[in-house]
Design a protein around this ligand. Structure first.
Ligand code: GLN
Length: 494
């Protein structure tokens, strides 16, 4: 029999529905891979029993002739930023260690309702702040990929959804949830040779997702290919009255709408993304992507997004500002950790809990955020950054009067080695340079694998679309996927 863990979402769904194999066999195969992959540190908590239970329900439904749901029989990994009822939810922070929610996030509930089962809670950068997974309290995830230089350097899986990217790339899960505030679905997908889509802001409910920067946070799927992302996103998206920023719009049938035929479409190539000193392999992969989309029938148009260079600085003001406010709730009273020194008063307890509970990067963001929101500096930083955000949205609006989607690299480089950037926050933040503009504008954007660089590491291409046009993004992604024919897999060393 074929190794079930080589199958993606659509193949598992169809195979279970058609009786080629049972959902329980699928769950067992992935559970076994997870048990054997401890060295990757992708999961904070594995929940093999929950995956099996959901599979048994699917198999019983099939036996009874009942509908299985669009994810019937598909086990998935859940980023440990989604509250899961009865299962520890930590955001990879010591401050939430031991926190077991009484409730289920809307997105995870929708996935279970669609027939999926949970393989476990995936590791991530602490509070989703980071690009390499090195800020996790539970130790960093290690990418399954290695450089082809004969060395053995451990590579970053990207961040913050690094557990998700590694789990999918290493065949520990056919798909996983991610969240993207400033690139955390797209950059880890690019680093590990998988696909991931951040939908339009508001498509997926934020209810029950540990908040980082609420005006930017969006959930989305990470999976092997574009079709699997479309299926997952259909299950995850939808209006939720419990999230005031949730879009009250019907969820399109993205899978049914997939078409890689781009005749009549225009693809914009933003001039400002072609940066001086750009990585030669990234630049070459972008050029190949342009040719692939031309081959798919699209007209290629050079466009300008003039405020691009201000996006990263604006993001690194707005995101920490919102984080400093959101993270004020971790006070030692309501969740997880409490540090109560002998004879301490309330303020001492807050301070001790936060000092012990938050990691260095989280503290850095809280400090920056508090500073830019302080009375004396608010106008100079926060108000200014919000103005820049408006200008960036306007750049995209103008561009989308002319083109249907935009093509750009996902990240400025392929994966780097663990430890290579962790001492230099600015070098780390630069990873997000191509990802944050779409985040600030709330636009749908996806990364698809586009090939390997000279070191044998995956590169991703990013497609950015008009708001609500996930279909256009997925379709351009499909056009690239069918031409890139990316089939490289990490060699199993773990
Ligand atoms: N790497 C970015 C940051 O550290 C984005 C994180 C994210 O999207 N959650 O803020």
């Amino acid at each position: 029999m074929t190794d079930l863990t080589n199958l993606g979402v659509a193949a598992i769904r169809d195979g279970v529905a058609g009786g080629d194999f049972s959902a329980v066999e699928v769950a067992k195969a992935f559970n076994a891979n997870i048990a054997a992959a401890g060295a990757l540190n992708a999961f904070i908590v594995a929940t093999p029993e929950l995956a099996l239970k959901a599979a048994e329900v699917t198999d019983a439904k099939r036996a009874a002739g009942q509908p299985l749901g669009i994810l019937g029989g598909v086990p998935i990994g859940m980023k440990d930023l989604f509250a899961t009822k009865g299962v520890q939810t930590t955001a990879a922070s010591h401050i939430l260690e031991g926190f077991v929610p009484e409730y289920e996030s809307t997105v995870s509930q929708k996935l279970w309702d669609a027939g999926a089962g949970m393989l476990g809670k995936l590791n991530l950068d602490q509070f989703a702040m980071g690009s390499s997974n090195e800020t996790s309290y539970f130790g960093n995830v290690i990418s399954p990929w290695k450089r082809n230089d004969g060395g053995n350097a451990a590579m970053a899986p990207g961040g913050s959804s690094g557990g998700s990217s590694t789990a999918v790339a290493a065949r520990l899960a056919p798909a996983a949830t991610g969240t993207d505030t400033g690139g955390s679905i797209r950059q880890p997908a690019a680093f590990t040779g998988i696909s991931g889509i951040k939908p339009t802001y508001g498509r997926c409910s934020r209810w029950g997702i540990v908040a980082f920067a609420s005006s930017l946070d969006q959930a989305g799927p990470m999976a092997r290919d574009v079709r699997d992302c479309a299926i997952m996103l259909e299950a995850m998206a939808g209006f939720d009255p419990k999230d005031a920023t949730s879009l009250n719009m019907a969820v399109p049938e993205w899978e049914a709408g997939l078409s890689g035929d781009l005749r009549g479409k225009k693809v914009g190539i933003p001039r400002e993304y072609r940066m001086d000193g750009m990585d030669a392999d990234v630049s070459a992969s972008w050029d190949r992507g342009i040719e692939w989309l031309r081959d798919a029938g699209a007209e290629i148009v050079e466009i300008s997004l003039p405020h691009t260079k201000y996006a990263l600085p604006a993001y690194y003001i707005i995101a920490p500002a919102e984080a400093s406010s959101n993270l004020a709730r971790y006070d030692g009273v309501r969740y997880g950790l409490r540090d109560l020194p002998d004879g301490a008063g309330l303020q001492d307890m807050y301070a001790a809990t936060r000092a012990a509970g938050f990691g260095a990067e989280v503290k850095r963001r809280i400090l920056i955020g508090t500073y830019v929101l302080s009375a004396g500096f608010y106008d100079a930083y926060y108000t200014q950054a919000q103005k820049v955000r408006t200008l960036i949205s306007r750049d995209f609006k103008n561009a989308f009067t002319e083109v249907d989607v935009i093509l750009a690299p996902t990240a400025p480089t392929a994966a780097f080695g663990l430890g290579e950037k962790s001492d230099d926050p600015l070098a780390m933040y630069l990873n997000d340079v191509f990802a944050v503009p779409a985040s600030l504008a709330g636009l749908p954007a996806m990364s698809v694998p586009a090939g390997l660089n000279r070191e044998g590491l995956p590169l991703g291409l990013q497609i950015i679309g008009r708001e609500f046009d996930e279909q256009g993004v997925l379709n351009a992604g499909l056009a690239i996927e069918s031409r890139a024919k990316f089939s490289a897999k990490p060699e199993k060393w773990w």
